[in-house]
Design a protein around this ligand. Structure first.
Ligand code: IPE
Ligand code: IPE
Ligand code: MG
Length: 255
C-alpha cells in the first residue's frame, strides 16, 4: 500500500525540511543478480527509481537533490557495464528533458563531465543550458565524481592562486576553500541516503558531509520508491542536529 500522500502531508506540516538531500544510489547489480538478470538490467530499473524520486523531491519542494550517478572509480568496472551505464545516462537525459522542463527542474552536474565522450557530454550540456532558468528542484548529478579528487583540485588551484597573489595563504578558511570545490555555491547536504545496506561513503562529497545526517536502508536502489524516500525525510525531521554544540535549553551559555 502506498502511503506517500500521508507522508507528504506529514513532511510538509513541519518546518525543518532538508535543503539538500544527497543519495548514493546503490544495489542495481544485486537487484539484477537476485533475479538472474544481467547487471545492466538493474541499471535500467535504477533509472525508473530516479524518475520517481525526482518527482517526489519536487512534490515536497526540496530545493536540491544530488544523486551519485557515476564515480571515478566506477571506470574500473568491465567495459561493457561502463558503456551500458553511459548509454543509459545519455538516452535518459534526452528522453526526460521535456519532463524536466515541464516540472521546472534545473539540471546541474558535479564532477568532471569534460572527460566524458563529447557526444554525450554535449547532450548533458544542452540539458543543463535548457533547464538553467528553472526555479523548482535543482537536480545535481554527481558524474565522474571523486571527493578526494575534488579536494586535490581545489588545493592545486589554491596553490596557483597563492603564487599569483590572488589569495593569501593565511586567508584560506572554510568559506574560501569551499569556493574552490566543484560544489561551489551549493549548500552542504543535510541528509545522505544510501541504499542497499552498505555503510560507507565511497568517496562521495567528503568535505561537504562534515555534519550531514546519514540514513542507510537495505532497500536496493531499483526498489527504492516515494515511500522509502519520504520515510528517510521524516526520520531526518525527527533528528536533533547539534553541530558539536550541546542541546540548547533555557540558558544557552556554557560554563
Ligand atoms: C549502483 O549500483 C550504480 C552505480 C554504481 C553506477 P551498483 O552497480 O553498484 O550495484 P551493486 O552494488 O553491485 O549491487
Ligand atoms: C557508489 O557505489 C557510487 C555510485 C552509486 C555511483 P559503488 O557501488 O561504486 O560503491 P562501493 O564500491 O560499494 O563502495
Ligand atoms: Mg554498488
Amino acid at each position: 500500500m502506498a502511503f506517500h500522500e500521508e507522508y507528504k502531508a506529514q513532511i510538509l506540516s513541519k518546518s525543518n525540511l532538508p535543503e539538500h538531500v544527497a543519495i548514493i544510489m546503490d544495489g542495481n547489480g544485486r537487484w539484477a543478480r537476485s533475479r538472474g538478470l544481467p547487471r545492466t538490467v538493474g541499471h535500467e530499473h535504477g533509472v525508473k527509481a530516479v524518475k520517481k524520486i525526482v518527482q517526489a523531491a519536487g512534490d515536497i519542494n526540496l530545493p536540491l537533490l544530488t544523486l551519485y550517478t557515476f564515480s571515478t572509480e566506477n571506470w574500473k568496472r568491465p567495459k561493457s557495464e561502463v558503456s551500458a551505464i553511459m548509454k543509459l545516462l545519455y538516452k535518459t537525459t534526452r528522453r526526460e528533458l521535456n519532463e524536466l522542463l515541464e516540472n521546472n527542474v534545473r539540471l546541474i552536474t558535479t564532477g568532471d563531465i569534460e572527460a566524458l565522450a563529447p557526444s554525450r557530454r554535449d547532450i548533458l550540456k544542452d540539458a543543463i543550458a535548457r533547464t538553467a532558468n528553472n526555479t523548482g528542484l535543482t537536480l545535481n548529478l554527481a558524474l565522474n565524481y571523486s571527493g578526494r579528487l575534488e579536494i586535490l583540485r581545489a588545493v592545486r588551484n589554491i596553490v596557483k592562486d597563492v603564487a599569483q597573489n590572488k589569495v593569501k595563504a593565511d586567508d584560506i578558511d572554510d568559506a574560501v576553500f569551499t569556493r574552490y570545490l566543484q560544489t561551489n555555491g551549493l549548500p552542504d547536504p543535510d541528509l545522505l541516503i544510501r541504499t542497499s545496506g552498505e555503510r560507507r561513503i565511497s568517496n562521495f562529497l567528503l568535505w561537504q558531509m562534515a555534519y550531514t545526517e546519514i540514513f542507510v536502508t537495505d532497500v536496493l536502489w531499483p526498489d527504492f520508491d516515494e515511500d522509502d524516500f519520504f520515510r528517510a525525510i521524516i526520520d531526518f525531521q525527527g533528528r536533533e542536529r547539534r553541530f558539536g554544540k550541546i542541546k540548547t535549553t533555557g540558558s544557552s551559555k556554557g560554563s
